[in-house]
Write a protein that binds this ligand. Structure first.
Ligand code: ARG
Length: 486
């Protein structure tokens, strides 16, 4: 036979065009599905065996053959390689080479359409659990760092202009809550991926007395409701790549702050040598390359998400080969997300905060002008009038070259007649942070509550992760218990 090995041919007379064969082959990128396809095949075979769709002797041979292949693929002694059309073809060919004719019965009541979906869903779920673990490790790092900076004060920004003072802990935790939402989105993608398409066949189920719910159970999944939906559905691909894209977009916002903060202009942090890169020309340089690459990766994963949406747009039911194209973009999104999260963690650990520079930046921006207006409101002035006179005080301080809290009381009172000594003292940036004690605000006692909530969210997810067991059929494979009921 010339060209790739295939699972079909009875109807064909002439050879296929070799260029088109190369163009349509997916083996170069779907070979990573091999272990997952073997696990899914084990569940399918076990169901066929239990239901008597294949006889006991054939069923045993198939189960043991698949199990042996899985063991060998995992140990690396069986290399997933060949001139096959795709990984599914490779598995069936190898199985039949190993066990002979019984291998030719494995594909009863299944199609590559339900097969590829099952394998991809298992892979996605496993990768999502790994990714969730990494995201929560990064969350841990943020929380631990935040815990030691409740009283490190710095400007908070709007429009990249100094706005109001906050604590470094509050700023770091803002990034934590983005990650927390990402983790929950990844979990949702994990749940969406739990529908098992096996038993849908090409699109119309099967005439054989199969039990798709049993196959699903053996894989730790839930059965499909509609065989056409089951083979056409790639929502889990979209949700997974969306969760990855938004995660990286969030990391890119943080990375941009790392870039800014490590400039000489900001100077809020320095990069330790382990996380900086030099210049081939300029000897003095220490560049935040990891942060820049992180920013760049987000664009590429947004591209992966768009690729998936465009592949599905206007696609008629049910399976179409366009769907084969989902894999590279999905693997790319998962790889970029995993790499990005790990890099962000290393980068965060390699940042050395310059808390003196942060403190110094509390001067010069009149960061407590809002506190002045609010203090006047507390003394009975309407907010709009208070805003006006606080603005005049800012102008006065600027003219005198002093900070708001350094204004002589008479100067302050010339602009704001209701002002008193207490209000003047409240204009100190540190006092301002402590006074912003509304729920979710930057005051240290509020941030301590936030820290507790963040830790609770992390441990809830850790408990959830611990509950996620590998597919029951995989355990049976490990325990050599594939032939015994349950
Ligand atoms: N390699 C294919 C994929 O990745 C498997 C399904 C092929 N089905 C078909 N009828 N051509 O989607």
């Amino acid at each position: 036979m010339s060209g790739p090995r295939r699972l079909w041919g009875g109807r064909f007379d002439g050879p296929a065009d070799p260029e088109l064969d190369r163009f349509t082959s997916s083996f170069s990128f779907d070979r990573v599905l091999a272990p997952w396809d073997l696990v899914a095949s084990l569940a399918h075979a076990r169901m066929l065996f239990e239901r008597g769709v294949v006889g006991a002797a054939d069923g045993e041979a198939i189960l043991l053959g698949l199990s042996g292949m899985l063991r060998d693929v995992e140990s690396g002694s069986l290399v997933v390689d060949g001139d096959d059309e795709d990984v599914h073809t490779w598995i069936e060919r190898l199985l039949t080479e190993r066990i002979g004719d019984p291998g030719r019965r494995l594909h009863t009541a299944r199609s590559r359409n339900d097969q590829t979906g099952a394998a991809l869903r298992l892979l996605v779920r496993a990768r999502l659990i790994e990714l969730l673990r990494a995201v929560d490790l990064l969350g841990d790092t943020l929380v631990e760092l935040a815990g030691s900076h409740l009283e490190t004060f710095l400007p908070g920004y709007t429009h990249l202009q100094r706005g109001q003072p906050v604590s470094l802990a509050h700023h770091l935790l803002a990034h934590f809550w983005f990650l927390d939402a990402d983790a929950n989105r990844l979990r949702r993608a994990h749940e969406v991926a739990a529908i098992c398409p096996l038993g849908a066949g090409a699109l119309a189920g099967s005439v054989h007395p199969i039990d798709p719910a049993r196959t699903a159970e053996l894989l730790g999944l839930v059965p499909f409701r509609n065989s056409m939906h089951a083979v056409a559905d790639r929502d889990y691909v979209v949700e997974c790549s969306f969760a990855c894209a938004l995660l990286l977009v969030h990391l890119s916002r943080w990375a941009e702050e790392v870039v800014l903060w490590t400039t000489r202009e900001f100077g809020f942090a320095r990069l330790s040598d382990s996380v900086a890169k030099g210049s081939s020309l300029m000897p003095q340089k220490k560049n935040p390359e990891a942060a820049e690459v992180l920013r760049g990766k987000s664009g590429r994963v947004v591209g992966d998400l768009v690729a998936h949406l465009v592949q599905l747009k206007g696609l008629p039911l049910t399976y179409n080969s366009d769907l084969q194209e989902d894999k590279e973009a999905l693997f790319d999104a998962l790889d970029a997300a995993a790499g990005g999260v790990g890099a962000a963690d290393a980068l965060l650990r390699g940042l050395r905060f310059d808390t003196e520079r942060m403190r110094a930046a509390l001067r010069g921006g009149f960061l407590t002008a809002t506190d002045l207006a609010d203090g006047l409101v507390l003394r009975g002035v309407a907010f709009r009038d208070a805003h006006e006179s606080a603005g005049r005080a800012v102008r006065r301080a600027e003219d005198l070259g002093v900070e708001l809290w350094e204004l002589p009381l008479e100067e302050l009172q010339a602009c704001c007649p209701r002002a008193d000594g207490d209000l003047l003292r409240a204009l100190d940036p540190e006092a301002s942070v402590r006074a912003h004690a509304s729920p979710g605000g930057p005051a240290p006692q509020r941030v301590a509550e936030q820290l507790a909530a963040a830790r609770a969210a992390l441990s809830e997810r850790a408990a959830w992760r611990d509950e996620q067991a590998p597919p029951p059929i995989y355990r049976a494979h490990l325990e050599g218990a594939l032939l015994h009921p349950r």
